[in-house]
Design a protein around this ligand. Structure first.
Ligand code: NAD
Length: 399
């Protein structure tokens, strides 16, 4: 560790899919990057003692807890990281902020706009650093897309076409994991997948003005779950329960700056395992990105010579590409886990310098408002404006 490097003692709540991804990022960030602060894997928390003890040993945590309240009460914890299902984010984040801990939370921020606003109020009131995990922003190719747009290389933006396509629940016998319970996750493909596309659109294009959506649940009943982790689960074939969330959500959007967007999030796009993709078209050019080839950014510029025009592929692994220079020589590609490591650079610098890096809970609140607008539009079959969503929410919710 560097001589002047501050330590950030982390308490992680949850230890499965995202638990592993975040643990890896804490372990790796100081290996690749010269951050001002360095995370210490202080304690990991889960309700099952045997499971969390094993996770602590495997992933390199110094201690474990079986109750997140005890974790938050510990004096030797600076940052609470929440990687539990969505219905527990608000309670844990608010308690952590009230105890003066910095908070890093998984997406979507909460179940509702009102809940997410309470989380934002709590972190602001207690003056702690906060951040939400929209890790896809931190792929070097996405950061490069942002730079090209900010430099005006695409000119005025006309379109974003974003899809997030998966296929892991197409089997009707796949069980009712927590991602299919409205009470636990709020919405299905919408909050799980479209939340990422919405974040990318807000990052690259701008603020949403209004949306019009449809949501569909193709398989209405599934076996009750026995055990689950991340995107896998085991079920009982005899007992079934209702699926309460959308299998697919599709919506149109208008942005404040006049751009328009189409969004499709589904878990029923056979053959697409993690098809998080977007294409953006502007007056001077276009860009497109596909998570499954995440190091590449396709670009097209109208100013290219006649006869040589067309999309070309930039492998965003050169020194000049954000974060890429910390890893390997050009074209020695990086992967999914590095999006988390790159985000961690910002979180550690934010904690060291006392600011909340983007995307933070303000972004989480805006994202949640868009999710809520799409849900309302699907129910009412009407366009819904974001200003109306904020007006209808609790008086404390600020647009
Ligand atoms: N950023 C991303 O790309 C991304 C990807 C996957 C999941 N997520 C988000 O991460 C969160 C977790 O998803 P996951 O796939 O890791 O889920 P998971 O089912 O793999 O793991 C959830 C973990 O939370 C623990 N847990 C649940 N309730 C708890 C409680 N009350 N106290 C302590 N621990 C508790 C479980 O034991 C488990 O360890 C969700 O909010 C999800 O939307 C984000």
């Amino acid at each position: 560790m560097g001589v002047n490097q501050k330590q950030v003692k982390v308490g992680l709540v949850g230890y499965k899919f995202m638990g592993k991804a975040h643990s890896h990022a804490y372990r790796d960030v100081s290996f690749y990057f010269d951050t001002k602060a360095k995370p210490v894997l202080q304690a990991i928390c889960g309700r099952n003692e045997e499971g969390v003890k094993e996770a602590a040993a495997t992933m390199g945590w110094q201690s474990y807890e079986t109750d997140w309240r005890k974790l938050i009460a510990r004096d030797d914890i600076d940052l609470i990281d929440i990687v539990t299902p969505n219905n527990s984010h608000a309670e844990i984040a608010i308690a952590a902020a009230q105890a003066g801990k910095h908070v890093f939370c998984e997406k979507p921020l909460a179940l509702t706009l009102e809940q997410s606003q309470r989380m934002l109020d709590a972190v602001e009131k207690n003056g702690v650093v906060h951040m939400i995990n929209h890790n896809y922003r931190f792929a070097p190719a996405v950061q490069w897309a942002k730079k090209l747009i900010e430099e005006g290389r695409l000119g005025r933006i006309y379109h974003i076409r974003a899809t997030y396509l998966q296929d892991w629940i197409m089997d009707p016998e796949f069980p009712l994991v927590w991602r299919l319970s409205k009470e636990v996750c709020g919405s299905g493909a919408l909050g799980d997948l479209a939340a990422h596309s919405i974040d990318l659109a807000r990052f690259l294009v701008g603020e949403f003005k209004e949306v019009s959506g449809i949501m569909e649940t193709f398989i209405k009943e599934r076996p009750i779950v026995e055990d689950s982790s991340g995107l896998s689960g085991k079920g009982s074939s005899e007992q079934k329960g209702p699926v309460e969330v959308d299998d697919a959500s599709v919506f149109l959007a208008r942005f404040e700056n006049g751009a328009i967007g189409t969004f499709e999030a589904t878990r029923f796009a056979g053959g697409n395992r993690n098809g998080n993709r977007f294409e953006i078209n502007g007056e001077k050019g276009s860009i497109r990105w596909d998570m499954e080839n995440m190091n590449n950014l396709d670009v097209y510029f109208h100013q290219d010579e006649d006869g040589l025009q067309g999309f070309r592929t930039i492998n965003c692994t050169e020194e000049v590409h954000p974060y890429a220079g910390a890893y390997w020589p050009a074209a020695h590609i990086i992967g999914y886990e590095h999006t988390f490591t790159n985000l961690m650079v910002e979180l550690m610098n934010g904690i060291d310098q006392g600011y909340s890096p983007l995307p933070n809970f303000v972004d989480g609140v805006r994202n949640q408002a868009i999710l809520e607008a799409v849900q309302e539009s699907a129910q009412t079959k009407q366009w819904v404006t974001l200003s109306d969503i904020f007006k209808k929410a609790e008086p404390s919710v600020k647009s």
